[in-house]
Write a protein that binds this ligand. Structure first.
Ligand code: SAM
Length: 215
């Protein structure tokens, strides 16, 4: 049976995002539009708009809507950016970045997740996304520099290749901490220096790779 989730989406924006301070109109508008339930297996679709992460297989999760909104808002996307995403997962965050940037480069280390996300995003009509099955802690050198980088898995530190591949005035949003809890940080590249700001505590699955955690 097909189900119209537009009311659930509207409630998610009204009850979970706006009261917690998300006020970027473009972010609210795309999150009110993108069919999050399609990025989750059908049996769990009823949970898609709830205030928590949902499993997407391979021991991975689609992040809680508020965390997606907070991270997206912090990237300050205007629509002209080349954006790099590490951790494609279900592809939901990728769709949001594709709506708000000019081009998105997304990397996922688990091939089956990448293949599913690529298929769904093509079906939904996105044609400004490039996909790669790879270790995202190494970035994507061929297309650097990036104006914005979002890492959607928790890292022990800021991976150096990602800083190197960031444009001047570019922004990275990344959860940094131990394997079980992290601080969401925003880093802005200013010439040879970096400005850093904390956005609060969070809990992500591990970023696994050369500049992340070992498996
Ligand atoms: N943004 C995703 C979404 O909207 O569904 C959720 C991402 S999930 C919290 C984190 C993802 O990061 C997982 O799919 C995991 O396989 C991936 N990941 C972990 N380490 C990675 C790495 N080094 N490179 C690329 N992807 C990685």
């Amino acid at each position: 049976m097909s189900h119209d989730f537009s009311l659930a989406r509207e409630r998610m924006v009204k009850n979970q995002l706006i009261p917690r301070g998300i006020n970027n109109e473009r972010v609210l508008q795309v999150m009110g539009k993108i069919p999050r339930h399609l990025f989750i297996e059908e049996a769990l679709a009823g949970e898609a708009y709830n205030d928590h992460p949902v499993p997407i297989g391979e021991k991975q999760t689609i992040s809680q809507p508020y965390i997606v909104a907070l991270m997206t808002e912090a990237l300050e996307l205007k629509g002209t950016e080349k954006t790099l995403e590490i951790g494609t997962g279900s592809g939901y965050q990728t769709a949001i970045l594709a709506e708000l940037s000019s081009r998105v480069y997304t990397i996922e280390r688990i091939k089956s997740l990448l293949v599913n996300a690529r298929e769904l995003l093509a079906q939904l009509g996105y044609n400004n996304i490039l996909f790669k099955a790879f270790d995202g802690t190494l970035g994507w050198k061929e297309y650097a520099p990036f104006d914005a980088i979002m890492v959607t898995a928790g890292s022990p530190s800021l991976p150096k290749p990602l800083i190197d591949q960031l444009a001047d005035n570019g922004r990275i949003i990344i959860p940094v901490g131990d394997r079980y809890s992290q601080e969401l940080i925003k880093v802005i590249k200013k010439g040879k220096g970096l400005e850093q700001k904390g956005l609060g505590g969070c809990r992500f699955v591990n970023l696994i790779g050369v500049h992340g955690w070992s498996d």
